[in-house]
Design a protein around this ligand. Structure first.
Ligand code: SF4
Length: 190
């Protein structure tokens, strides 16, 4: 596959999925970026549930992230609260209504139907290669990985079902180990 062809394919796939997400979100008054923001907060851990982290994740300005949040809050899809230790920091939580909407809209029907056409082995191969491609892109771009906690360099297993963040020294629950994190760093050698 030529480099140009690879780029064309990724762009075509992105366009198809974006169009589908735009259509799905429009029925609920949401633009694609607002749907992406909602999906982000549903997966973000306690170190990443802030407007600033959302801006970094989406690659948008803090102003755009803040406007996006205002729309989500007005629709009752997220709620905001002050951080208990630092009142300047706002924390964002997806409401039950927000989770219900996400379950309905994401992944888009087009993706679900297309995935069902692939064998489990083929779907896994594609996922593995996409993860590799994303990592290379992030390394070249020097952007944060926002990876899943249990794949992080700092993730510590303390036996049984006990986990800890080696960066903050705080304990992590099983649920938290499956969330994405702004401080995530790839394990050396991956
Ligand atoms: S182990 Fe890594 S990903 Fe998990 S909370 Fe700590 S810094 Fe974040």
């Amino acid at each position: 596959m030529s480099r140009q062809h690879g780029y064309d394919l990724i762009e075509r796939i992105g366009n198809l999925l974006r169009a589908e997400a735009r259509q799905a979100g429009a029925g609920h008054g949401l633009q694609p970026v607002q749907l992406q923001a909602l999906a982000y907060f549903a997966r973000a851990n306690r170190y990443s549930d802030t407007p600033a982290a959302l801006a970094e994740y989406l690659g948008v300005t803090k102003g755009t992230a803040s406007q996006t949040l205002m729309v989500l809050e007005a629709l009752g899809l997220v709620s905001k609260r002050e951080d208990k230790d630092d009142r300047r920091v706002t924390r964002v939580q997806v409401t039950a209504k927000g989770h219900q909407l996400l379950d309905k809209l994401l992944p888009p029907a087009l993706w679900r139907n297309a995935s069902a056409e692939l064998s489990a082995a083929a779907a896994q191969r594609i996922e593995d290669e996409l993860v590799r491609l994303l990592r290379v892109l992030q390394q070249v771009n020097q952007s944060r990985t926002f990876g899943v906690c249990n794949t992080c360099e700092h993730f510590l297993r303390e036996g049984g079902r006990k986990f800890r963040c080696g960066l903050t020294a705080e304990p992590l629950s099983i649920e938290e180990s499956r969330l994405i994190c702004r401080e995530h760093e790839l394990k050396t050698g991956t």
